[in-house]
Design a protein around this ligand. Sequence first.
Ligand SMILES: Cc1cc2nc3c(=O)[nH]c(=O)nc-3n(C[C@H](O)[C@H](O)[C@H](O)COP(=O)(O)O)c2cc1C
Ligand SMILES: [Fe+2]
Ligand SMILES: [Fe+2]
Length: 409
Amino acid sequence: MDCIQNVDRDIFWVGGSDRRIALFENMFPLDNGVTYNAYMIIDEKTALIDTVDNSIRRQFFDNMRASLGGRPLDYMVINHMEPDHCAHIEDICRLWPDVKLVGNAKTFQMIRQFYHMDLEGRTVEVKEGQELSLGRHTLRFYMAPMVHWPEVMFTYETSRHILFSADAFGSFGGYNGNLFCDEMDYFDQHMEEARRYYTNIVGKYGPQVLAALKKVGGQEISMICPLHGPVLRGPDMGKMIEKYTRWASYRPEKAGVLMAYASMYGNTEEVIHRLAGMLSERGIRDIRVYDVSKTHYSYIIARAFQYSHMVLASPTYNMHLYQGMDTLITDMGKLNLQGRKVAIIGNGSWSPSSHTFMQKKIEEMKNMTLLVEPMVIRSSMLPEQEAQLAAMADAIAASIKEDEPAINA
Ligand SMILES: Cc1cc2nc3c(=O)[nH]c(=O)nc-3n(C[C@H](O)[C@H](O)[C@H](O)COP(=O)(O)O)c2cc1C
Ligand SMILES: [Fe+2]
Ligand SMILES: [Fe+2]
């Protein structure tokens, strides 16, 4: 049975949703699935924009057939070659043998790598700004290299001002029937997962995202059709463009503090809770505490992008960092997170060194500020360390208050 929706005149959503998936990219937990969006334009020529993941194959082909209504497929535009969007290229070429594949030079190189296909006579290779007319609709292509992968491009529909934005502006979360952000409370339903999606999946490539946004920024945009999550339009689309600009430039959304800790026997955890209470006493009203063993690092990464300040605390483990903290902090570095204010707490029973590992990793990241010297606990915090913890709380609270006006401006 098909499950298509009208996106605009002659344009249909032909994607689908997988709620059984446990891990996106076999790595990121999904508690309510994900959509794989694909779009069909029915004009003098027919054009499919991207395909979907293998998991929703049947739904996708039912949707394709329903939207085509017996007509052949003339073009398949490939904005992104990650297999969650291009699993069906070979099948489509078999079912509609005259279809032309529209992509850039890197797209076709990747098709050959993944699918070993003979592309002779099948390709329409496009370059920056080139257009393809379908009749009433014209598609214009903008290269968006590294807005996830090197071959990524955006497709802009010029008559209705619709941007097909590949992985940009995507969100985790399965299909709820409402396709458009203005048919739901988008910020309530999708914002958290849009942030977790962006920061973990595309977060490393902030400058490339900014470059791509700048390229298309000169065009009128009535709607953004991403490859995951709701279609954006109206005031929430504007707000999301603002969020993307902030995330891509690594500017925090909030003046507040993320506190992430590792702890086996509760001693490090106790110090974090004591510090969190001290911050509250100093008027800090936006504090998020996470145990790295309990919460998957992708959620904590999203908070690290969101908040201006962070406290990291970990026991020493086999002369190194506790694994969960090592994973979190290494990933922050790999994602190029920068410009945050940090405090560090280390713990160890015979030769505490976790604080030095954390400090080194933070110092390797761009434009990070260590607010105070790391605090070192030897098994459990001594009463005489209370003053040092209070001084750490003073420094964090003062710094948050100092940064608040600029962040909220
Ligand atoms: C498997 C294991 C390895 C450890 N390795 C070290 C170490 O290399 N150096 C050290 O000083 N403490 C080491 N410790 C001790 C812990 O860092 C220490 O007991 C700390 O206080 C635990 O804090 P917690 O109560 O928050 O879990 C290790 C503990 C365990 C269980
Ligand atoms: Fe992707
Ligand atoms: Fe994707």
